[in-house]
Design a protein around this ligand. Structure first.
Ligand code: 5GP
Ligand code: ZN
Length: 115
């Protein structure tokens, strides 16, 4: 665990969160400042700083993030109408929390324009 990492502290249960899914390797919880009716963050329990740190050996982990997001989209009732998956990476990518996370956003019409 990275001592100063907010998301590692959420994984450790030191910071409360509204958890919607968890297993041995992943945690998903509602974003504290939701940008849409559904806004969930899916994270690996292990500290990985960003998508830029992913290695070839972490293919399965990277794939699981998307599968979990898709399962949660179904559970949240937004799979049929559509949803958005976002990974911000690094400062120019708009990443604020330096622990890899996938945003699942939905429940309203998204702007077609990115960025
Ligand atoms: P980023 O810009 O790094 O991709 O997104 C970080 C997200 O984490 C933001 O949407 C922000 O609202 C959310 N966030 C930051 N701190 C907390 C927290 O303590 N709890 C929860 N649930 N979400 C947080
Ligand atoms: Zn962390």
């Amino acid at each position: 665990m990275a001592e100063e990492c907010i998301f590692c502290r959420i994984v450790a249960g030191e910071i409360p969160s509204d958890i919607v899914y968890q297993d041995g390797d992943f945690l998903a919880f509602r974003d504290i400042m939701p940008k849409a009716p559904t806004h969930v963050l899916i994270i690996p329990r292990t500290h990985i700083t960003s998508a830029a740190e992913l290695t070839e050996g972490q293919e399965k982990l990277a794939g699981r993030l998307i599968i979990i997001a898709k399962n949660l989209a179904e559970k949240e009732g937004i799979a049929e109408n559509g949803f958005r998956l976002v990974i911000n990476c690094g400062s120019e990518g708009g990443q604020i929390v330096p622990h890899l996370h996938l945003h699942l956003i939905g429940g309203r019409q998204m702007d077609a324009k990115l960025g």
